[in-house]
Design a protein around this ligand. Sequence first.
Ligand SMILES: [Fe+2]
Ligand SMILES: [Fe+2]
Length: 274
Amino acid sequence: MANLTILVDNYVRAKGLLAQHGFALWCEAGSNRILFDTGAEGDVLRSNAEHLGVDLSTATDIVLSHGHWDHGGGLDVAMDLCSSARIWIPSGALLPRWHRSKSGNRDIALPQVVRSRLIVERKRWQEVSEPVELGSGIWITGPVPGARPDWTHRDLWRNELLDIPDDVPEEQAMVLDMPDGMVVVAGCAHYGIDNLLDRLGSLFPGRPLVSLVGGMHLESAPTQVVDRMVERLVAMGSRCLVPCHCSGWAAQARLHGKFGAHCEPGMVGKRLQF
Ligand SMILES: [Fe+2]
Ligand SMILES: [Fe+2]
């Protein structure tokens, strides 16, 4: 059995919880207690965990999906709260990165305080470049390969001034391989859901995908892409879809239209049991 609780998201479902642009999810499966992503800087992760009765000090693992501020900005706080957790960071997550647009340039890398701490406490974390089994049937995929679709990394660059594009090559997902199929947790899905499904197909051939939870980065994806994703998810046996964070309202509405009550938006405080 696995219990999932959304700790950080752009929206909340109850009074007393705090919203923040970002994502973090708590997963209890077997003897593992996993914090998948940490949200952005600040007190939101700690406050929501406390409010929801999640004891972060019991964490066995912290997993970072990728090196953006809204997923790893809270890592500094998480490292204090989850003092005995193993820490898994995908290769390249500490590099600089920028969002450039007409409205201005923004540094969207992991905050300096996090990067400095990771350099100083290098022995405390492990770099991930291949799939790793964290516990029985609990996997992180390592960087998801494949050419990224344009809408998943529009306006993202490695440098504020030089045109070095950044398609977030390091991003990874988490897979709970349960008796009736996989439960998959995505952070921001810059890899594109198609590439994620391909990766799952090669790592876990023939396994049904019962649920996909997390940021799906479909905000400006063409509707045909969303529809094709639905077809693939249905073909893989999906019966529970929980789009969070950066999934995009239009895509979520379309997913809801296809999955009905089996598609529920994820928000802080949402709990799922598999
Ligand atoms: Fe994000
Ligand atoms: Fe991101």
